[in-house]
Ligand binder design. Structure first.
Ligand SMILES: [Zn+2]
Length: 580
């Protein structure tokens, strides 16, 4: 290590194929690091403290995950696992309007319960694992500074700001002449402290723990435009959001407002999540039309689209995507006993099955292949032997309808059955359509939601899964383009200074992997959250080393103790990326 007087570089990674993030062809080179920065890319003949032989391996810039919810997890898991194992060196949180600051102490309980509901973070982990010691956004960032193993930046969240300023009525109250300046001031304070921008939530899906709309819901268009203008006053900022039209098609109101938000701020607005459904290919054009509209008014809107299929579990007992299927909401919102009673009604069953497969279900239509669901854990003696089998197999054995079979299994378990929906859209038509979408200049391959929905999905491994697919699977794009999407593209979207590429002078965020084996292990459930709650996680395969700011954080698939991560603050760590 550098001790301040040792003139030698800290280490050289020698002989790897360097895929530098720009999309340029990989080339064999030595990458030399000193004091947290890359000091040379080429031949290294100097004497160094450590020489890492990397013949046959590939060296890429550390990956940047632009859509995570690690805001809470970083306190009990400074490594942001499992993203770290998959080569992610920078994460962005505070998405979907859900930041943990600013916060009145009296609102901590509300915030914990809301995060538990909307982002699937167990209440016990949020209570035991997070200090809740801050009021301002700056104090929140300070609470993480120096304690994390990845670089992490955070949006100011519209829900957090509105609750802070407008109180419990925020979810039904638009800001007025008195409170709008307060809201603007709260946002400005967060941005001045280093928030990466503003995240908003215009979807009706998200509800707080009591089933009421989340605080973001009270906002009107004028308020949003006013806040966008505040964002535009601060350097190195951006916009992010989740909107109803993202899954079901943009309304005229959204097509009008969202481009204006971006244009008003003169900042890129990224939204999640563009889900490709080959049954409705024309929907893709409608979804991307938002980006075209934005460009025509001087804005820029980028859609996040995952490059991999995300394994997820579901159940009829606990709030999950099943609760959000259009046409299912009234039934699933019932108390468990009444929900069970409704599910016994054949008419209700037929209605639910039809609704899930209707075009109006939007992106939730992918959940409609009930015969393909695999039964995970079961609880009732009568369900013995079902675990591990598909609903279709069990239905055939029983000579029953698949959806009826699924509901019968679930009812026998008092709704608690753990279900694994089939990977949606895993066929040639879907992959061809996705590849077409990925080529659009306003589509970014991301949207893991890592850190959220802990017990039922695991999007964090997408970098290694996508690399495996590009190197040895469908080969959707050259590895250089895949790395570009995973590192440089998101880094440039946020204007991250000296990150996302391998070049002389940049921060040494690096991932060294074996292109013949890189990939992800299967997702599995582990009981390792504070309070003992369960989460899904997956290790990586073929990732030899990960470095954050020149310090090794992962070796041979295992996290080390170092905490070299930096809180990424707007202005200091980001440069301004305008929309036009
Ligand atoms: Zn999200």
């Amino acid at each position: 290590m550098t001790d301040g007087v040792d003139p030698r570089p800290d280490f050289v990674i020698a002989g790897a194929t360097v895929v530098d993030g720009t999309g340029a062809p990989g080339r064999t080179a030595d990458v030399t690091v000193r004091g947290g920065r890359v000091v040379s890319v080429g031949r290294c003949a100097d004497e160094v403290c450590e020489r890492i032989e990397a013949d046959g391996l590939m060296l890429a810039p550390g990956f940047v995950d632009p859509h995570t919810h690690y805001d809470a997890q970083l306190f009990w898991d400074p490594a942001a696992s499992p993203s770290n194992l998959h080569g992610v060196t920078s994460v962005v949180g505070g998405n979907c309007s859900f930041a943990l600051a600013p916060l009145h102490a009296s609102d901590a309980e509300f915030t914990r319960r809301m995060m538990g509901r909307v982002e699937g973070m167990p209440l016990g982990a949020l209570e035991a694992g997070v200090p809740w010691s801050w009021t301002t956004f700056g104090e929140y960032l300070d609470a993480l500074e120096g304690r994390i193993a990845v670089n992490a930046g955070f949006f100011a969240g519209q829900s957090a700001l509105r609750r802070f300023v407008l109180g419990p009525g925020a979810n039904v109250t638009a800001a007025d002449a008195t409170t709008l300046p307060q809201l603007e001031a709260a946002l400005a304070e967060a941005l001045a402290a280093g928030a990466l921008g503003l995240s908003v939530d215009g979807s009706t899906a998200h509800q707080d723990a009591d089933g009421a709309p989340i605080p973001a819901k009270g906002a009107d268009a004028d308020e949003l435009l006013a806040l966008a203008a505040v964002v535009g006053r601060f350097p190195g900022t951006a916009l992010a959001g989740i909107f109803d039209g993202g899954s079901t098609g943009w309304s005229e109101a959204e097509l009008d407002l969202l481009p204006r938000l971006s244009a008003t701020a003169d900042r890129i607005l990224n939204w999640n999540l563009l889900v490709v459904d080959a049954a409705f290919p024309e929907r893709i054009d409608r979804q991307l039309a938002l980006s075209d509209r934005a460009r025509s008014v001087g804005g820029r809107i980028v859609a996040l689209c995952m490059p991999t299929l995300v394994p997820m579990t579901m159940s009829f007992a606990n709030y999950c995507a099943l609760f959000l299927i259009p046409g299912w909401r009234e039934t699933m919102a019932l108390e468990p006993a009444e929900r069970s009673a409704a599910l016994r009604d054949p008419a209700v069953r037929r209605r639910l099955e039809a609704a899930a497969n209707h075009e109006d279900a939007g992106m939730f239509r992918v959940l409609g292949d009930f015969a393909g669901y695999r039964i995970g854990e079961t609880f009732a003696p009568g369900n013995a032997g079902c675990a591990g089998r598909t609903v279709g197999e069990i239905a055939a054995e029983r000579g029953a309808d698949p959806f009826d079979t699924l509901i019968d299994v679930v009812l026998a378990d008092d709704l608690r059955t753990v279900l694994w929906p089939p990977p949606a859209g895993d066929d040639d038509a879907h992959w061809r359509l996705r590849e077409r979408v990925w080529a659009h200049p306003d589509v970014l391959l991301a949207g893991s939601d890592a850190g959220a929905h802990l017990d039922r999905m695991c999007g964090a491994p997408y970098p290694t899964q996508f690399l495996a697919d590009c190197l040895r699977g469908r080969r959707s794009m050259p590895v250089e383009q895949a790395v570009h999407h995973l590192s440089d593209r998101p880094a440039r979207m946020f204007g991250l200074r000296d990150r996302g590429r391998i070049a002389e002078g940049v921060h040494a965020d690096l991932v060294l992997f074996d292109p013949t084996t890189v990939g992800s292990e299967s997702a599995r459930l582990v009981h390792d959250l504070p309070g003992g709650a369960v989460r899904m996680t997956a290790g990586a395969v073929g990732v030899h080393r990960v470095f954050v700011n020149g310090v090794e954080t992962v070796r041979d698939g295992r996290a080390l103790d170092a905490r070299p991560g930096r809180v990424l603050r707007s202005g200091r760590d980001t440069e301004t990326v305008t929309a036009r």
